[in-house]
Design a protein around this ligand. Structure first.
Ligand code: 4NP
Length: 160
């Protein structure tokens, strides 16, 4: 079992989008039984909340249903529970590393390190901007999800 958690600030825009997109790709690849997926925020403001309506609308326009997701805050136990702890931006990554036990630090990476087009960049926070920001998030997340899936798929066949 490979376990992936996507992390942003609020867990209502970027990381639930990543959770929904990656889950859809994993299902399409027939790997749902081998990859577990979750998301969380570094902040506590939106615990229990549904994803932002703008994130849900942008995702729905591409066929992803985020409506059942609920916000939660990342916890120290997540570093042992998950194999990949994927931050949306450098602030999220720094906040994660600040609470990450030393033996798990290698798991904390920028999600876009798996992207072809946006390696080395961050997924910009769309919360205070317009609808186009949410489409940009989807473009980046779809690309990085493909790279992440290829990485895990290669691991699975290497171990088979
Ligand atoms: P997210 O976006 O980190 O992608 O979920 C944000 C959501 C809420 C806030 C900031 C960013 N906020 O300030 O409440």
């Amino acid at each position: 079992m490979y376990k992936v958690i996507f992390v942003c600030l609020g867990n209502i825009c970027r990381s639930p989008t990543a959770e929904g997109v990656f889950r859809a790709q994993v299902e399409r690849a027939g790997l749902s039984g081998q990859i577990e997926i979750d998301s969380a925020g570094t902040a506590s403001w939106h615990i229990g909340k549904s994803p932002d309506t703008r994130a849900q609308a942008a995702a729905a326009a591409r066929g992803y249903d985020l409506s059942s997701l609920r916000g939660r805050q990342v916890a120290v136990v997540d570093f042992s529970r998950f194999d990949f702890v994927l931050a949306m931006d450098e602030d999220n990554q720094a906040n994660l590393l600040a609470i990450c036990p030393s033996e798990h630090r290698h798991k904390v990476r920028l999600f876009l390190s798996f992207s072809e087009q946006w390696t080395g960049q961050a997924v910009p926070d769309p919360y205070y901007g317009g609808a186009e920001g949410f489409d940009q998030v989807l473009d980046m997340v779809e690309d990085a999800s493909r790279g992440l899936l290829n990485t895990i798929r290669a691991e699975i066949s290497r171990k088979a």
